[in-house]
Design a protein around this ligand. Structure first.
Ligand code: GTP
Length: 179
């Protein structure tokens, strides 16, 4: 491959969602191929990077993990500005985390102020699909897809950071959406 002809892009991706839905776990699974059942709250915001190749583009994904806990949420507009993609995460077993999505979406639009909110690349991930093999989930896939459809054609993935289900697929879609 002719490296000089390869275009390099740094893409800023922000993860938002309630505390405990699995934002950090999804990133750890994708970037480090690791999973930890022990919960450790994210304080403030932190990022992880991962390089990947998409066609002739070398992409560095800079994935920002934010704290879901309200007492750590004072990120401000500077943090949201310059985002190339915003990923919402909820837990399919926790209806409250799904109901919070609308306010996360509004918060992003308010803080980041994208020029065309309808054209901005958002994604939704319904995580922890492994629990009870998805039999006792609190939010149906249909309901989640309706939420996405009412906000443009937002891609939706059901994932398990624990079982490594759909995680690579979701991140590839994230990278392509951010490009
Ligand atoms: P904050 O940092 O508070 O915003 O939380 P978070 O959204 O980053 O959640 P985190 O990744 O810390 O995960 C919370 C808990 O859920 C941890 O105990 C994880 O082990 C667990 N968890 C995360 N993803 C999954 C999953 O796919 N399946 C199951 N069963 N548990 C998960």
């Amino acid at each position: 491959m002719d490296v000089s002809a390869t275009k390099r892009r740094l893409l800023k991706v922000i993860f938002l969602g309630d505390s405990g839905v699995g934002k950090t776990s999804l990133m750890n699974r994708y970037v480090y191929k690791k999973f930890n059942l022990q919960y450790k709250a994210t304080i403030g915001a932190d990022f992880m990077t991962k390089e990947l190749q998409i066609d002739d583009q070398l992409v560095t994904l800079q994935v920002w993990d934010t704290a879901g806990q309200e007492r750590f949420q004072s990120l401000g507009a500077a943090f949201y500005r310059g985002a190339d993609c915003c990923v919402f995460v909820y837990d399919v077993n926790a209806v409250k985390s799904f109901e919070s999505l609308t306010s996360w979406h509004e918060e992003f639009l308010k803080q980041a102020g994208p020029a065309d909110p309808k054209a901005f690349p958002f994604l939704l991930l319904g995580n922890k699909i492994d629990v009870d093999n998805g039999h006792n989930r609190a939010v149906s896939e249909k309901r989640a897809r309706q939420w996405c459809d009412s906000r443009g054609s937002m891609p939706y993935f059901e994932t398990s950071a624990k079982e490594d289900y759909n995680v690579n697929e979701a991140f590839l879609c994230i990278a392509k959406a951010a490009l």
